[in-house]
Design a protein around this ligand. Structure first.
Ligand code: FMN
Length: 339
């Protein structure tokens, strides 16, 4: 069924197809039809970071940038959704076209550049949601904010979203905002996380709830860089780490159309890169951080490998574009057999 739908969707530009698919899901959900198409399924529940996840499979950041589709995505049966990235002020992002398919390899290249409607809009959407599904918010900085003041943007968003989110992620790894990845370096990271956690701890007292804080890292780091990031994360401390964002490398795709496009590569070709970083994170974190694996998860088997490597939760984006909700639901069902 999804294959037929995909045939027609892939005749459209990726960004238009994205909008049409999610709008269609929203309409189905509005009329109560998604419940019929996707009956409730049970996966293995996970308690981590003070949260109870119905199952360990989530929707990765970037798919629902503004929180417009939270209820319909939850209706697919996922254990959590990460909306965003959101920045303090709305921004258009990079000029179109900025999203490209490499169909032969079930991959995408995007250089969206944090197109989003700003934190106030996302707060409104979180307030309006009906689902009890866990919703995290992926935070970032506006393009023009200098790196030395980046923490102010993240803290601004944290303060606004605090009562409404279940966790927040500091996105310091998108390749599409100039300089953003430098925030992964010790010189910026310590300052960013220290200030951010100081603010979070102050907000705990006001709202009587402690919002888990994660960082999301790139698949293009060296082992030494990963070890440094993990040791800072443990020392501060924060609650978790998401491994990984899209890649600026082009494994397996160089001979295909669109491979030369600038931006971040996602989907099947980044599974090895992403798994390597996951293994380094697991080894360095000694179970002191929650770990969410994302990047190239395109089958039940691939999801199983990430859990076996030590991930507590997983997320999917590109696999959903190529295979539809069936992929997510098969992994949820399989999660019942994990120890
Ligand atoms: C079009 C697109 C937009 C994305 N936007 C974001 C974003 O705003 N914030 C973020 O942390 N990751 C973003 N990502 C990265 C995904 O969340 C995910 O980490 C990456 O695509 C690897 O997973 P996948 O291979 O399952 O797609 C985006 C990915 C795509 C394809």
């Amino acid at each position: 069924m999804y294959k037929v739908l995909r045939y027609f969707l892939f005749m459209l530009s990726p960004e238009v197809a994205h909008w049409i698919t999610l709008s269609f899901l929203n309409i189905l959900n509005f009329f109560g039809l998604l419940k019929i198409v996707f009956p409730k399924i049970n996966g293995r529940s996970i308690d981590i970071m003070g949260l109870s996840f119905n199952n360990p499979v989530g929707i990765a950041a970037g798919l629902d940038k503004n929180g417009d589709y939270i209820d319909c995505l939850a209706a697919l049966g996922v254990g959590f959704i990460e909306v965003g990235a959101v920045t303090p002020k709305s921004q258009y992002g990079n000029p179109k076209p900025r999203l490209f398919r490499i169909k032969e390899k079930q991959a995408l290249i995007n250089r969206m550049g944090f197109n989003n409607k700003g934190i106030d809009y996302v707060v409104k959407k979180l307030k309006q949601r009906k689902t009890k599904c866990i919703v995290g918010v992926n935070l970032s900085k506006n393009k023009e904010t200098p790196l030395t003041q980046a923490h102010e943007d993240y803290i601004f968003c944290l303060t606004k979203i605090y009562p409404y989110a279940d966790f927040v992620t500091l996105n310091i790894s998108s390749p599409n905002t100039p300089g953003l990845r430098e925030l992964q370096a010790e010189i910026y990271l310590i300052n960013l996380l220290t200030n951010f956690i100081k603010k979070r701890n102050a907000l705990v007292k006001i709202y009587n709830k402690s919002l888990p804080v994660l960082i999301k890292i790139a698949p293009d780091l060296t082992q030494a860089e990963v070890q440094e990031i993990v040791s800072i994360a443990i020392k501060i401390p924060i609650e978790g780490i998401i491994v990984t964002n899209t890649s600026i490398q082009r494994p397996e795709v160089s001979e295909y159309k669109n491979a030369h496009q600038s931006g971040g590569l996602s989907g099947t070709p980044i599974k090895e890169l992403s798994t390597q970083i996951l293994q380094w994170v697991i080894a360095a974190s000694e179970k002191k951080l929650a770990v969410i694996a994302v990047g190239g998860i395109d089958s039940v088997n691939e999801a199983t490998k990430r859990f076996q490597a030590g991930a507590n939760l997983i997320q999917i984006y590109t696999g959903l574009v190529y295979q539809g909700p069936k992929l997510v639901r098969e992994i949820i069902l399989k999660s019942n057999s994990y120890e």
